[in-house]
Design a protein around this ligand. Structure first.
Ligand code: COA
Length: 254
């Protein structure tokens, strides 16, 4: 069975993380499948809305750390960046259903969604600093804008998780429901959108986003340059080595 499942039904393209044994962590190949799916969604008239979902116990543990170390994203055309640019610039509505942990990109991709539904077990985290890295997916721009600077600093500098209720309070999440209901709820909302006139949805989304999309893409480039450099620096090496060896990282000399 594929690690990413996609299907189109009633105008909704559903993209499902399907790698439960590795907590839906995302490999470069999986990013490639998702980037291609988003490309298809853009041009395929049968797709009016895109929905990203995980499992009721886990949305995604973020980048697959081993895969990431073996094949770090080295150019702007790397699958992860293609995927991120794809969702940031998608004109059609993007919906997410999140239950359980949403780590790293599992949280940052949500900034690019129009509607987000969460299970009451959802735990969001952006532990880039804890990994010796810096934010991605324009989260360094969008988290302060959405949460306010100090709450964003808590999430991005301390890298501590925050939960469904807090995520709803800061505006990252529209509604919190039991985890077993979150995918169905998001699907219902996505189908409601898919039944509306697509041209009006696209025009409304474009008006609401204003000039933000270009700003977001530029921020992703800035972040990508730092992220790429930091990946080969000692702090990230220590953090990733510690994860693989199942021990706590030691940053005391870094
Ligand atoms: N990359 C690669 N493998 C991962 C992974 C990741 N990001 N997250 C989890 N896994 C693997 C674990 O190594 C483990 O594999 P194993 O069974 O072969 O040992 C398996 O998935 C189960 O993970 P485990 O940590 O035992 O599950 P948990 O339920 O106790 O915790 C998380 C779930 C998501 C909280 C925890 O796995 C985690 O924090 N993962 C790392 C998140 C991270 O730092 N991501 C990078 C963001 S850029």
């Amino acid at each position: 069975m594929s690690d990413i499942l996609t299907h189109v039904d009633d105008g909704v393209m559903t993209i499902t993380f399907n790698r439960l044994d590795k907590k839906n962590s995302i490999t470069a190949a999986m990013y490639g499948v998702m980037a291609d799916a988003v490309d298809q969604a853009r041009s395929d008239a049968a797709v009016r809305v895109v929905l990203i979902q995980g499992h009721e116990t886990i949305f995604s543990a973020g980048n697959d750390i081993g895969d990431f170390l073996n094949q770090p994203p080295s150019t702007k055309e790397s699958n992860v960046f293609r995927f991120l640019r794809g969702i940031a610039a998608l004109e059609k509505p993007l919906v997410a259903a999140v239950a359980g942990p949403a780590v790293g990109i599992g949280t940052t991709l949500l900034f690019h969604c129009d509607l987000v539904y969460a299970g009451d077990n959802a735990a969001f985290s952006m532990p880039f600093v804890n990994l010796g890295l810096c934010p991605e997916a324009a989260s360094s721009l969008l988290a302060p804008r959405m949460f306010g600077y100090h709450r964003a600093a808590e999430a991005l500098l301390l890298g501590e998780p925050f939960y469904a209720e807090a995520a709803q309070e800061v505006g990252l999440v529209n509604r919190v429901v039991p985890p077993t209901e979150v995918n169905a709820m998001a699907q219902t909302q996505a189908r409601k959108l898919a039944a509306k006139p697509l041209s009006s949805l696209i025009a409304t989304k474009r008006l609401m986003k204003g000039g933000q999309t270009q700003e977001v893409l530029a921020q992703m480039d800035l972040e990508g340059a730092s992220f790429g450099r930091m990946l080969s620096e000692p702090a990230a090496k220590e953090a990733f080595g510690a994860f693989m060896e199942k021990r706590k990282p030691d940053f005391s000399k870094l």
